[in-house]
Write a protein that binds this ligand. Structure first.
Ligand code: SF4
Length: 429
């Protein structure tokens, strides 16, 4: 049986004005270095040099897992304990590492120096180093810097910091050029290709993506450029683009059939293209996705889900699970709640959903244990103990590593939740 999603039903107030539980206690999240795992795959002529400790090297390498077999496009320059007097040496050492790397890897066009937490690294002025080295290696290579430090960033904020560092380097819009649309947020190539086709068929042109796969293809921006966020964690990038005169198109995020349709409609409306055209262009994909979701629904309908704050994707995914699969969201926790960027998501979330921002991990664990959800979305550190207590968990990191955006991936996103529930049923049978 297929449930029809009322795309334009009044979203009532949803959670637009719902109270948000704000917690500022101990948190359990990955740091922004994690973003390197998907960003290095996306920007194919970039290299990520983490300036950090052995812990940072370990995190990036273990998170990147199997791909280290190929010659990787990331590395860690390990800065050992030094006193302040050693800082000049550290700069020289960084110059040496960068020079050696660029001699060995002439295909690199963008080199990101990625900062981390150790105090020796915080004392290093990476912005100045990037500037100095950019001058030395211009125009072949551009050096940029951002922080992936766990003190400043969570998990997906590393991508925001990386993209925000790219914005000042984007070329200006040529005089007389059509400003077009920029889709912002790293998407797997397969998803990017699907969106590029749909947007072209809808009649929007030119459409560019940030980040592009190669340095030479990065989009131009200027007054009149419209941009559409593909990810909900890009606050700094959006601000930087607005600083260059671009304007954000307000929309929910392209997760699930409803989110994707509304996202495309918002883009179309910004270019004066009617929703009827979007409906025509997307009909086949919506039908396919509807049939695929119908197969997942029996496993998920009526089940309860609890989100610990991790990827910042929690609200759009909670909206998808509630509205398209009939799940009940007990708590949607998010590390940061950007009210403006998430306004459409909040309006769509069923009224009464408990929202929390930030974390006080022990208190949140108490709430989770008291409610015993059918599935709990959390980080790796919490998953094992909760599983041991008989709760079924889903690792938040998988939501970022798996293609989940767009029509063709809607059922894959549902499957990520259905699979652990099936496994638990088998185990307890
Ligand atoms: Fe490195 Fe800090 Fe991340 Fe640990 S939290 S891996 S020290 S950047």
């Amino acid at each position: 049986m297929t449930t029809v999603i009322p795309l334009h039903a009044e979203a009532a107030a949803g959670c637009s004005t719902a109270p948000v539980l704000r917690e500022r206690g101990q948190r359990e999240v990955f740091c922004g270095l994690t973003g390197i795992v998907w960003l290095h795959r996306k920007i194919q002529d970039a290299f990520f040099l983490v300036v950090g400790s052995r812990t940072c090297a370990h995190l990036v390498q273990s998170a990147a897992g199997g791909m280290i077999f190929a010659e990787p496009r990331f590395a860690t320059a390990i800065i050992d304990e030094r006193d302040l007097a050693g800082l000049a040496d550290a700069q020289e050492e960084l110059d040496r590492v960068v020079t050696r790397l660029l001699e060995r890897r002439p295909e690199i066009r963008t080199l990101f120096l990625v900062g981390s937490c150790p105090s020796e690294v915080i004392k290093l002025d990476l912005a100045r180093a990037a500037q100095r080295l950019s001058q030395r290696f211009a125009p072949a290579v551009r050096l940029l810097n951002y922080s992936g430090s766990g003190i400043e960033t969570t998990f997906t904020q590393g991508e925001d910091a990386c993209l925000a560092s790219l914005v000042p380097t984007l070329p200006p819009l040529a005089a007389g050029a059509a400003p077009g649309l920029v889709v912002v947020g790293a998407l797997p190539d397969i998803v990017e290709d699907q969106f590029a086709r749909l947007l072209a068929d809808i009649g929007i042109a030119p459409v560019k993506f940030l980040p592009a796969r190669h340095a030479a293809e990065m989009p131009a921006v200027g007054a009149g450029t419209r941009f559409l966020l593909a990810q909900p964690f890009l606050a700094d990038t959006a601000k930087a683009l607005e600083g260059r005169g671009a304007r954000r198109i307000a929309a929910p995020f392209p997760l699930g059939i409803e989110g994707t349709t509304r996202w495309l409609e918002a883009a179309a409306a910004a270019f004066d293209i009617p929703a009827s055209r979007v409906a025509r262009v997307t009909e086949a994909a919506r039908t396919r996705a509807g049939a695929a979701l119908a197969r997942q629904r029996p496993a998920l309908q009526g089940k309860t889900v609890f989100f610990f704050p991790d990827s910042q994707l929690e609200l759009p995914i909670a909206r998808f699970l509630a509205r398209e699969l009939g799940m009940q969201v007990l708590e949607a926790g998010t590390p940061y709640l950007h009210r403006e960027h998430l306004a459409d998501e909040l309006a769509l979330l069923p009224a009464g959903t408990r929202l929390s921002e930030g974390q006080d991990v022990d208190r949140q664990l108490d709430r989770c244990r008291a409610q015993r959800p059918d599935i709990t979305v959390c980080g790796l550190g919490l998953a094992n103990p909760l599983e041991a207590e008989g709760l079924t968990t889903k690792w938040a990191i998988e939501l970022v590593f798996t293609p989940i955006h767009g029509y063709e991936q809607a059922a894959d996103l549902a499957e990520l939740f259905a699979r652990p529930l099936r496994r638990r049923e088998l185990l307890s049978a």
